[in-house]
Design a protein around this ligand. Structure first.
Ligand code: FAD
Ligand code: NDP
Length: 630
């Protein structure tokens, strides 16, 4: 509250140098900032009288701190605490001794609030938290994925007593995995590693011949092929079993590291499945079905989501992204059902490994993304060998004698596949969490938790990551929301998580990254006449020597409004290393980027990112977007 100072009490004795110094610093701050701080000293003439006041079993002051272990362990001067009244009895919080007090003073003086005036502030409900709450933990995190682990560790670093429960329910096909959640086990990490492997494989086939690299040939082999421009495809093979094994071993290493990191930060880890029994209690069940109760002042739900199954007859014959990365046998001829991130990324790396891959598209590719960019990805994937079956959904899956799956499509056609991968969206993993019993509301469409500033309708229960409704389902979003929430709950911060202008990358064979609005969304928001699009098609230099690549143009577009400063509304890039290219533009967008700032930036030559800062062709001019270049 503005104008009401925080009241800080400090006790000690006159000959104690630490007490005198801490009191001096506090008094100076109170003098400089009288509206923010009031200091009340409780000074004793000597050490004996101080200790008797502090420690005496019959009414010694420390008895006031019934549960605060740190307060009960502090036996030296100064002893510093917060209490609104001048007598200091109505204790709010314990601050610490000399070092804690000086650290607090430094924080008090920190200009953080002043340099971030425009950052969103989280106006959360009071959740009734007090330090002497009497529960087992200050915070229990349910779900040890990207978001849950980040929040648990941060809260522990800030002094909270934290436990984290993580339990993996096997997929319908029986796949299971270790600590770390979706990203590390069945998401970003295995996906990107398969993607990189597949790009390398593609590069070996398509690019290395043009660079004079001859695999398996002795040095000095004939250069006839390259002189004639007819380059052979080096005979290469990407072996599923080998790459799968190496990736899974790497993941097992990460699972172990995550456990160690939780332990290092003093977060208690339970490999148990949690369910609420009341708003301060969960039932935790281990693998053997043994159950126990755990209580906490605050809970954080970070249980993520799981793949939605197909709804047609025989849906059980399809696997999902929970299974594909760990398949013992090569998936072989594969049908990927769905046309968004997961389906296209999986189709891309499987085709890059040399497999026969079809994508069943119900409507459009990459709903929600810029149409033009999504279509360029589709075109590239067709060149890459992926087949698209448009405007269909599977209507029946049937296992046949060969062990393969026969798929009947909605257009009446049918085909046999070795593997059918369903990637038709994800549902929050909340149905058996007991959320109804504690008044936490979910969205019936996707089971995601409804909340504001990561706080649910039950004020001491919070939610982050894929489980929180209307937020992007991305690992860095879950992590950032977890860190910010922990700092607000246990570090006195106020800053809200900003879900706007989050960069994302689709790791398809030609990658695509963007930040801000798509062209369609910009038109819908500002009107066609109020926006301009700058764009360019180009050939990335690293692909320019390759006979089999040069027709695959990369593309970038920047959408601006038509205000005098031409604010940048969206940046899109289709080409190699898209994630690496886009990250820095994301930072600029957070600062409010204009076209002038963008094009005033001197490029790095010769790179693909340079194309973005040198854009000059507008769509409205009708000029060819492929013109220009050095
Ligand atoms: P999760 O990581 O899903 O963690 C939730 C954890 O809670 C899980 O371990 C789960 O087993 C556990 N749990 C569930 N219920 C309980 C319970 N009752 N008790 C105890 N534990 C429980 N994002 C990106 O940013 N970049 C990418 O390239 C990317 N690629 C992806 C590829 C695929 C195939 C998929 C599926 C996702 C991808 N994502 C990507 C999304 C990213 O993985 C998620 O956004 C992120 O993992 C969400 O983190 P989370 O902490 O919310 O949940
Ligand atoms: P999405 O919800 O993004 O897309 C689902 C896709 O399945 C759409 O193409 C949809 O088509 C289609 N579909 C839905 N129902 C059916 C059906 N019954 N039959 C056929 N097709 C159907 O889900 P994803 O699983 O691809 O991704 C989930 C989230 O995971 C993403 O939003 C993303 O945030 C995250 N993720 C991020 C990645 C990254 O950062 N690189 C990678 C992978 C995932 P339609 O358009 O017609 O509705």
């Amino acid at each position: 509250m503005a104008g009401v100072p925080k009241v800080l009490h400090i006790s000690g004795y006159q000959s104690c140098g630490f007490y005198v110094r801490a009191l001096g610093v506090l008094r100076s701050l109170a003098l400089l900032f009288p509206t923010r701080l009031k200091v009340v000293p409780h000074e004793f003439s000597d050490r004996a009288s101080f200790r008797s006041w502090l420690l005496d079993d019959d009414g010694g002051f420390r008895n006031t701190f019934t549960r605060d272990i740190r307060a009960r362990e502090q036996v030296t001067a100064p002893f510093v605490w917060f209490a609104p009244s001048d007598d200091g009895h109505d204790v709010e919080d314990f601050l610490g001794g000399h070092d804690d007090t000086l650290a607090w003073c430094r924080e008090f003086m920190s200009p953080r609030d002043e340099i971030k005036p425009n950052y969103p502030v989280a106006d959360m409900m009071d959740d009734g938290y007090t330090k002497d709450h009497g529960y087992d933990y200050d915070l229990v995190v349910i779900g040890g994925g990207s978001g849950g682990m980040a929040a648990a560790k941060e809260a522990a670093v800030l002094g909270a007593k934290v436990a984290c429960l993580d339990f993996v329910k096997p997929s319908p096909a029986g796949t299971t995995w270790g600590l770390g959640g979706t990203c590390v086990n069945v998401g970003c990490i295995p996906k990107k590693l398969f993607h990189i492997g597949s790009l390398l494989h593609e590069s070996v086939r398509k690019d290395t011949p043009s660079f004079g690299i001859r695999l398996g040939e002795p040095n000095g082999a004939s250069a006839t092929d390259e002189l004639s421009g007819i380059v052979p495809d080096p005979s290469t093979q990407m072996r599923w079993e080998l790459v799968r094994e190496n990736i899974q071993n790497y993941i097992r290493g990460l699972n172990f590291k995550y456990r160690v990191r939780l332990r290092e930060k003093e977060v208690t880890y339970f490999n148990k499945l949690a369910k609420f029994t009341d708003k301060h209690t969960i039932e935790a069940v281990d693998k053997k079905g043994r159950s126990s109760l755990i209580t906490a002042a605050r809970f954080l739900v970070a249980v993520g989501g799981r793949p939605s199954p197909l709804s047609c007859e025989g849906a059980e014959h399809a696997i999902s992204s929970d299974d594909v990365f760990a398949m013992e046998k090569c998936p072989g001829k594969t049908l990927c059902v769905g046309a968004s991130y997961i389906s296209l990324e999986c189709a891309g790396f499987l085709a890059g490994m040399g497999l026969d891959v079809t994508v069943a598209v119900r409507s459009i590719l990459l709903r929600g993304f810029d149409r033009e960019c999504a279509d360029k990805i589709g075109d590239y994937m067709v060149d890459h060998g992926v087949r698209f079956k448009r405007d269909v959904i599977p209507s029946k899956l049937e296992k046949i004698e060969t062990g393969q799956t026969k798929v009947l499509f909605s257009d009446g056609t049918e085909e046999v596949y070795d593997t059918v991968l369903a990637a038709v969206g994800r549902m929050a993993d909340t149905d058996k969490l007991g959320l109804e019993s504690v008044g936490v509301e979910t969205n019936p469409k996707n089971r995601r938790i409804i909340g504001k500033f990561e706080q649910t309708h039950c004020p001491n229960i919070y939610a982050i990551g894929d489980v929180l409704d209307k937020t992007p389902e991305l690992t860095p979003v879950a992590i950032q929301a977890g860190l910010y929430l922990a700092r607000r709950l246990f570090g006195g911060d106020k800053e809200a998580m900003d879900y706007q202008n989050v960069c994302t990358t689709v790791f398809t064979p030609i990658e695509y990254a963007c930040v801000g609005l798509s062209e369609e969304d910009a038109v819908a928001k500002y009107g066609q006449n109020n926006i301009e699009v700058y764009h360019r098609e180009f050939v990335p230099l690293e692909w320019s020597l390759s006979m089999s690549r040069s027709h695959n143009a990369a593309y970038t577009k920047v959408i601006v409004d038509k205000s005098p400063q031409e604010n940048v509304l969206g940046i899109h890039y289709v080409g190699p290393n898209a994630g690496e290219v886009m990250q820095g533009y994301g930072t600029s967008m957070k600062q409010g980027l204009t076209l002038k700032t963008l094009t005033d930036t001197v490029g790095i030559h010769p790179t693909s990112s340079e194309e973005i800062v040198t854009l000059s062709i507008t769509k409205s001019s009708g000029e060819d977007a492929a013109a220009g270049g050095c």
